[in-house]
Design a protein around this ligand. Structure first.
Ligand code: 2AM
Length: 178
């Protein structure tokens, strides 16, 4: 029905080798590990959105002009507030900020609220309900990030279930995948 809503977000979507390497960082952690297929970097969290908005949200993906780039994931850290252990880059590369800005502007132009006024803190959640991680020494993970996805999140008994509704490689112009 037209009143139906979906919980949505945009994310940089890692390739499988990057996921595998991220999984290795989870080994010494305590908490609820994020499953392999769910690992991602959120760009914009939209929350519940009317299904009727989906075409416009896919169009935003298609129109992104940002270039792809490399993220060097070299730190594992902790958000005390929500008890999340995450992996991230000590230096946020400019392409990620450009991408975020472009997405923000497009969403504002469509009148879509996102991120609930929270500052953009690029991170990949590794574990939830977690305790502070041990000091880990690991080889930095070089992730060539080029895939941006529009993702649906559904709450399931075992945790969130994600479905990629559309994705776009920043390497290719004008190609959208389901
Ligand atoms: P998290 O991993 O730090 O919890 C799907 O829920 C994704 O959207 C998760 O990556 C989650 O971040 C993020 N998310 C959920 N609520 C959010 C909010 N209010 N602002 C920004 N990101 C949010």
């Amino acid at each position: 029905t037209s009143s139906e809503t979906m919980r949505l977000f945009y994310a940089l979507w890692p390739d499988n080798p990057t996921r595998t390497t991220l999984m290795q960082l989870q080994a010494p952690l305590h908490g609820r590990m994020i499953p392999y297929e769910n690992l991602h970097l959120t760009l914009a969290f939209l929350g519940e959105q009317p299904v009727s908005r989906l075409p416009a949200l896919k169009e935003i993906l298609l129109r992104l002009n940002a270039a792809p780039g490399e993220l060097v994931l070299d730190r594992v850290s902790y958000f005390t507030r929500n008890r999340i252990v995450w992996a991230g880059a000590s230096e946020t590369p400019p392409f990620v900020l450009t991408l975020y800005r472009e997405l923000s502007e497009a969403l504002m132009n469509q009148g879509v609220a996102f991120n609930e006024q929270h500052a953009f803190k690029p991170h990949i959640t590794l574990a939830r309900d977690a305790s502070s991680p041990p000091d880990l020494a690991f080889a930095p993970i070089r992730w060539r990030a080029h895939k941006v996805a529009l993702v649906r999140s559904e709450n399931a008994p075992q945790g969130s279930r994600y479905e990629v509704l559309a994705s776009r490689s920043l390497d290719e112009k004008w190609v959208l995948k389901d």
